[in-house]
Design a protein around this ligand. Structure first.
Ligand code: GUN
Length: 282
């Protein structure tokens, strides 16, 4: 039987509705949840993601404040902007779109964001909280993937999970979210030897590499849940890491690209923004 498709677009509507309800509630108290987004340099994929976030934010009444810089901006200028946003009571979430141009020290810039406004959960403080088992604010992509796995009704407890990505955006926070749910987690990356030997053991396989078709059917355990957070343009088509046509003959559940993790990530981001605004009110 072919795999069931986990419909990210549909799931995202539910999360956006929750985020809107939180935002509407705050507006009755004269607070308009506001997300400040910092975009540096020219990166076509980042421009597209930021536009998607803007459209979704505005569709549910969250203010989206974009700060655009050329890649000639200095680290000091970026940190100074972030400091001023940290103190601004009308800003509830701050997001630095990644990747930043190579000259920047990413963690130093991210760590200048107040943990209370760190909507991506990328600061050392929030990643540390996650490692302690506290899920106050966690990476939107990692949250999106976890929610999609949970939507299958299969608990992560006792499962073998394999993540192909070890960034602070996906792999590291996702490994913690899965550990918090008592999965046995293997994190693979570019230096992993014999990737298939790990993916084949996985009851749950999550990938975010950006190499179309890197996950083939022979690398997937029959009945596995396969979550594809890879996203690449090939000509005019958007594709993921997974050879969807063949892997969907082996897996029990699979996410499509597009229409999978992408829309869920945006929805989780806005949910995080509304939650941060509520927390700051308290
Ligand atoms: N680049 C790719 N995904 C993300 C994300 O979730 N947050 C940020 N800030 N940058 C990204």
């Amino acid at each position: 039987m072919p795999a069931k498709i986990i419909d990210g677009t549909k799931m995202a509507q539910g999360i956006l509705a929750e985020a809107k309800a939180l935002a509407d509630n705050l507006k009755q108290k004269s607070i308009t949840p506001t997300l400040a987004v910092i975009l540096v340099g020219e990166n076509t994929a980042s421009e597209l993601y930021v536009e998607k976030k803007k459209q979704a934010a505005e569709s549910i009444g969250i203010v989206f404040d974009l700060f655009r810089y050329k890649d000639t901006v200095t680290e000091r200028e970026l940190i100074s902007l972030i400091n001023s946003l940290n103190y601004k009571l009308t800003v509830h979430g701050i997001l630095v779109q990644l990747p930043l141009p190579k000259k920047f020290n990413v963690q130093r810039i991210i760590d200048s964001i107040s943990p209370l406004k760190d909507v991506d959960g990328f600061t050392a403080f929030n990643l540390g909280m996650l490692a302690h088992g506290e899920e106050a604010i966690a990476s939107c992509t990692a949250m999106a993937i976890t929610k999609m796995i949970e939507s299958t009704g299969t608990p992560l407890k006792g499962k073998n999970a394999c993540i192909v990505n070890h960034s602070i955006v996906v792999g590291r926070p996702l490994s913690q979210l899965m550990l918090n749910r008592d999965a046995t987690v293997t994190v693979c990356h570019a230096a992993t030897q014999n990737l298939a030997s790990f993916t084949k053991q996985a009851d749950v396989l999550a990938t975010a590499v950006g190499k179309p078709g890197i996950i083939t059917a022979d690398m997937v355990k029959p009945g596995a849940i396969v979550i594809d957070a890879g996203i690449v343009k090939v000509g005019t088509k958007t594709v993921g890491d997974v050879d969807f046509a063949n892997v969907s003959q082996v897996a029990s559940f699979i996410t499509p690209v597009p229409g999978g993790v992408g829309p869920m990530t945006v929805a989780c981001l806005l949910h995080n923004t509304a939650r941060l605004a509520s927390l700051q009110m308290k």
